[in-house]
Design a protein. Sequence first.
Length: 268
Amino acid sequence: MKRFILVIFSAFALISCEDTETNTPALQGEINKIFFSADDARAVKNEDDTFTIQGVTDTETLTLHIRKAQLGVFPLGGQNPNYATYEDANGNIYATNPEGNGEIEVTYRCLACGTLSGTFNFNAVLPGIDTLTVEKGIFFEVRFPTNNDIGDPLQGNAGTFVAQIDGVPFNAFAVDAVNTGNNIVVTGASTSTTILLQFPDDVATGTYTLPDAGFNATYSDGITTETVETGNLIIVEHDAASKRLKGTFSFETGSTSITAGQFNVTYL
């Protein structure tokens, strides 16, 4: 009898393994009991040594942010430096901080080869409107650039681009930076949200007012585009030879506040 039970268990385990997807990298989970599986997943090490892990579909973006890439559990909620956000198809961004809760656990890392794996679950809040629950979350062998990737377009991105939109963290999944001939245009985008900055191609380090001649900024939620009414841009570094740009920004539109903006890009 014991042998018979063992044979049945082994057969079940084999069938289960055959039904399991082994695509790498992967990021998936259940959002309000509905299965979410990212079409693309990637990570990036930020300048302050924090790590951002993101997965996107055609209409959604799920973001995990941890204070460092070490093994262990990272609590979410309150004023933690760790957070998770979910952006739906309508551009609504649910966040764990400050009203939500949950945790991200890094179970495996390879700093030399640039991969992270782990699990996550959280409750995220759209303030005053709704709360969603994310369960059974996993990220598996999600890659981030290492020193060995210099010159290799691993991320398909121009660099990093972050901000806060009405106090909610925004981490761009797609970052572009282009010299159009007279201007440099830097954009950070997720599936629904886009922030665009424009300034002269010969811009020097310094502080600039938005908007001004040659300087502009816009915010789009996928439905409407809002133009800056007041703001500022600080160019921290501009190396024209290597086409590298680093800066900070903040601006107000008629109905949206963009704060704590930072970008570090290489433009074409």
